[in-house]
Design a protein around this ligand. Structure first.
Ligand code: 5GP
Ligand code: MN
Length: 315
């Protein structure tokens, strides 16, 4: 980022009293961790901060400050910051009526640079890792709660340091956050190990329909699965990460049926392949190794279209 921009961002933060911080629908740990990490640091300076996730933060009750996250903003604000979100539509309803964000902080390759200032660093493993770098230069400090939120984003987006973009720099940041008191074991347990009984039964439904063709592995989860099992959590309960663990998989795909004839698709690619482009082409986005998009249509028709298009990528 240009130093001049960084100075302007710092000045804007200093001059603002009322902040609105938002991230994407269906929040993951990096979305929630970024909203909270930045939000708590601003609160420590005595600023008024609204932290907004359109779908709420029910999955992140273990993160410090998560009880302060709301689903929609209220009243006037001086500065709008969108974190970990590559396009304005993906914020959900939270931005409506609020105009262009002052600052966008993100690591998605497909980011459309929709802020007045855009700190977009696609080489970073998580948006919280970008915040870790820039917050001190913006005059924002860390404490135990903030460190926990920032480390949470790194652990989540690297699936526990498993993605190929993890390097020694990421480990140094992790160590620094642990030195601030963040408990890696607790974060790891909460984010990646502990599952509800229902999510494992939901995985079972998806795993029972696992299919494979030429390096592509996929399955689907239906609304009927959710209902029969009583699963109320996030879309695929992270089953797609299990699919990509099948030996010989180049790309793993999951189709999650949604109400009103909609389907959420997630791609995971082995190192060297880029699924962000195909997701972007279908109106979604993401990273080379992990991307997603929302579709309208029946589960079967979307499966056909997406499997065919993804197979082309492998040819
Ligand atoms: P997931 O498949 O786990 O939902 O998401 C994988 C990655 O792609 C995440 O970084 C997520 O933010 C991004 N992503 C998923 N769905 C969408 C989408 O509909 N639009 C955009 N722009 N990005 C998405
Ligand atoms: Mn992220």
């Amino acid at each position: 980022m240009k130093t001049k921009d960084n100075l302007k961002i710092t000045t804007k933060i200093k001059a603002s009293e009322r902040f609105l911080i938002l991230s994407h629908v269906r929040p993951d740990a990096d979305a929630a961790g970024s909203v909270l990490g930045l939000g708590l640091a601003l609160k420590n300076l005595g600023k008024q901060v609204q932290m907004v996730l359109s779908d709420g933060a029910a999955n992140f009750s273990y993160l410090p400050g998560s009880e302060g996250i709301t689903r929609s903003p209220e009243g006037d604000v001086d500065m709008i910051v969108v974190v970990d979100c590559s396009d304005p539509h993906r914020v959900g309803e939270g931005l409506s009526g609020y105009g262009q964000p002052d600052l966008v902080v993100d690591h998605h390759k497909t980011n459309v640079q929709f802020g007045k200032f855009n700190v977009v660093e696609p080489d970073q493993v998580a948006t919280t890792a970008i915040l870790f770098d820039h917050m001190p230069t913006w005059g924002l400090g860390f404490d135990l709660g903030i460190a926990t939120c920032l480390l949470s984003g790194i652990v989540g987006d690297t699936i526990g340091f498993r993605t190929p973009n993890v390097n020694s720099e990421v480990m140094r940041k992790t160590a620094a956050l642990m030195d601030l008191g963040a408990n890696l074991t607790d974060i790891y347990q909460e984010e990646l190990v502990l599952k509800t009984f229902e999510s494992l039964r939901y995985w079972g439904a998806g795993l029972g329909r696992l299919e494979r063709k030429n390096g592509l592995v996929w399955t689907s989860l239906t609304l009927a699965d959710r209902q029969e099992i009583g699963y109320a959590g996030n879309d695929d309960a992270d089953l797609v990460n299990v699919l990509s663990s099948v030996k010989g998989t180049a790309i793993a795909l999951i189709f999650v049926e949604q109400p009103q004839d909609k389907v959420k698709v997630s791609w995971r690619a082995k190192p060297g392949l880029d699924v962000s482009e195909i997701a972007f082409k279908f109106g979604g986005g993401g990273h080379a190794a992990a991307a997603g998009a929302d579709f309208e249509g029946s589960l079967e028709s979307i499966k056909q279209i997406v499997i065919q298009a993804t197979q082309k990528l492998l040819e």
